[in-house]
Design a protein around this ligand. Structure first.
Ligand SMILES: [Fe+2]
Ligand SMILES: [Fe+2]
Length: 252
């Protein structure tokens, strides 16, 4: 059993016709710097098959376990099962309400949804009808995260989401958009389970580091925010602090 696990993470690659060469450079050889790679959604820009095949080509060249969740852009695919199977065949374990374990670290993954942060935070400027439509999905995704985390009895536990469980990693985005970027139901679940950290994407111009109102550390690893791959080191001894700088970029 290792003493610590190094996690590389990059969200929101939004692959269309090419993968930006800066990201390819950072990802190829990442196995020298990390034990796992997390890709929290919006792997593709439009959910198209040629886009996911391009992503698979990249992921096949990476020699460490890769774990992902779908983002809202990936969910645009008309062929969800096939889309996921292309990633899985390239060695990516896609979590959708499930958990996965690696050497004492458990990862629960779900896309999550928008929905907003009221009443925990100031009311979102959104119509009742739009909010109600999202609220159903928000509650369902939070319940699925709850169930996935309940299956984990590992020393360390991490939640991977596409949407944010807190506004603290959205700072930089226009506040009128917050309700589209996450919801507080997710925050309640990660606090209930006292997870060691949350990784999410989706907010391209938010902030890299935050926490839920109850103090669970949250990292927005959208490539637009971090500039590329970030590395997080998690000691398996829960009394030791997690190295929490997503700004430790694996820049080349
Ligand atoms: Fe995105
Ligand atoms: Fe997104």
């Amino acid at each position: 059993m290792p003493e610590s696990i190094r996690i590389a993470a990059i969200g929101d690659l939004h692959i269309r016709t090419t993968v930006p060469s800066a990201y390819v450079q950072q990802l190829i050889g990442i196995e020298d710097r990390a034990d796992l790679l997390l890709v929290p959604g919006d792997i593709t820009n439009g959910g198209r098959i040629q886009e996911v095949e391009l992503a698979a080509e990249l992921f096949r060249r990476i020699e460490i376990p890769i774990i992902g969740v779908l983002g809202n852009h990936d969910r645009r695919t008309m062929r969800r099962k096939y889309f996921v199977s292309v990633l899985e065949e390239a060695g990516v374990r896609m979590l959708d309400g499930e958990a996965w374990e690696y050497m004492g670290l458990g990862i629960a993954g779900v896309s999550g949804s928008g929905g907003g942060f009221w009443p925990d935070e100031p009311e979102d400027p959104v119509s009742n009808r739009a909010w109600q439509a999202l609220a159903v999905r928000a509650r369902r995704e939070a319940a699925r995260l709850d169930r996935a985390l309940s299956t984990l009895a590992t020393q360390r536990r991490l939640a991977m989401l596409h949407f944010s469980p807190t506004t603290s990693t959205l700072v930089g985005e226009p506040p009128v958009k917050y309700w589209l970027l996450g919801n507080s139901a997710l925050g309640h679940i990660v606090e209930k389970h006292q997870v060691d950290m949350v990784i999410h994407g989706h907010s391209h111009i938010g902030s890299p580091v935050g926490e839920t109102p109850g103090g669970v550390p949250v990292f927005n690893v959208a490539a637009g925010v971090t500039g590329g791959v970030s590395i997080h080191t998690i000691p398996l001894d829960p009394t030791l602090p997690i190295s929490t700088s997503p700004l430790m970029l694996a820049r080349v």
